[in-house]
Design a protein around this ligand. Structure first.
Ligand code: GUN
Length: 292
């Protein structure tokens, strides 16, 4: 039987409608909407595209968005100042510093500078530390992994005691989702470029999170029948049959996985729409915490 498709777009649309209602109620009560401030340094096209998408989504949900855009040559002091201005602005409730930052910028220093109350990306070392600790909870959790957890819940995945395999150990996705899965009582294995017998490890997974950024990397015969697959990869590949000349594919060979998996996300239309949705949910939460 073919896998159930986990429709991230539908889940995101439903959540965004609820967020829009709540943002409207917040604005009616306070006279101004919840606001997200974004710091973008440099002109990386993918980062610029993410920032545009975040801005549009905020506006569609009745939230304000504030962008601080600095050139790739921006100095530490300039980026520090951009964060400080957003920290001090009462109409900004959430702050996101788009990553990666150019090499001359100290990323950890910047993430530490974001006010804890406005850390809607959940990347402040204190929030990540709280996520890692048993019995503690961060104020905010990172958007993409939080979206993955929502999709796992939507798919009805039973995480209690499940073997969860995470491919990729990035600070943005792999590391935080491993911590979240552990908090949900899964038995978590983290894989990376030096993992031995990757197919063998993946074959043990009841839940697979693929976040390595390599097109169609995971093959169908690596999957345990019935596995729930969350594909975080968004890889641009050439496709002469597409009018654009390219298309996006995930880290998992979708066609090969379909007859084996129990449930799987699509790319695009899976995790992608959830990331911005969770960021907006965090911004609304931050606005409520700050303004009441
Ligand atoms: N770059 C890629 N994904 C993300 C994200 O979720 N947050 C930030 N701040 N930067 C990113």
């Amino acid at each position: 039987m073919a896998a159930t498709i986990i429709d991230g777009q539908a889940v995101a649309d439903r959540m965004r409608a609820a967020i829009k209602d709540e943002a409207g109620a917040f604005a009616a009560q306070h006279g101004y909407p919840p606001g997200l401030g974004v710091v973008l340094v440099g002109d990386d096209p993918a980062s610029a595209q993410y920032v545009r998408m975040k801005r549009r989504a905020c506006e569609a949900a009745g939230m304000a968005s504030f962008a601080s855009i600095l050139p790739a040559s921006g100095t530490q002091e300039e980026v520090d100042n951009a964060v400080r201005v957003l920290n001090d602005d009462p109409h900004v409730h959430g702050i996101l510093v788009q990553l990666p930052l150019p090499p001359q910028i100290d990323e950890e220093r910047i993430l530490r500078l974001v006010s804890l109350n406005k850390d809607v990306d959940g990347f402040h070392p204190e929030n990540i530390g709280l996520l890692a600790m048993k019995g503690r909870d961060p104020l905010f959790t990172p958007a993409t992994p939080t979206g993955c957890m929502v999709l796992l819940r939507e798919a009805g995945a039973n995480l209690e005691g499940a073997n969860a395999v995470v491919l990729g150990r990035s600070n943005i996705v792999g590391m935080p989702i491993a911590l979240m899965l552990m908090k949900a009582n899964a038995t978590v294995t983290m894989c990376h470029s030096r993992t031995r017998d990757l197919p063998g490890v993946v074959r043990g997974a009841d839940v697979l999170i693929a976040a390595i950024g390599r097109p169609n990397f995971v093959k169908g015969d690596w999957l345990k029948p019935g596995v729930t697959v969350i594909d975080v990869g968004t890889n641009k590949v050439d496709d002469p049959s597409d009018p654009r000349g390219y298309r996006f594919v995930g880290d998992v060979d979708f066609e090969a996985a379909l007859p084996v998996a129990g449930a799987i996300t699509k790319v695009p239309g899976g995790v992608g729409p959830m990331t911005i949705t969770m960021l907006m949910a965090n911004t609304l939460k931050a606005a409520r915490r700050i303004a009441g």
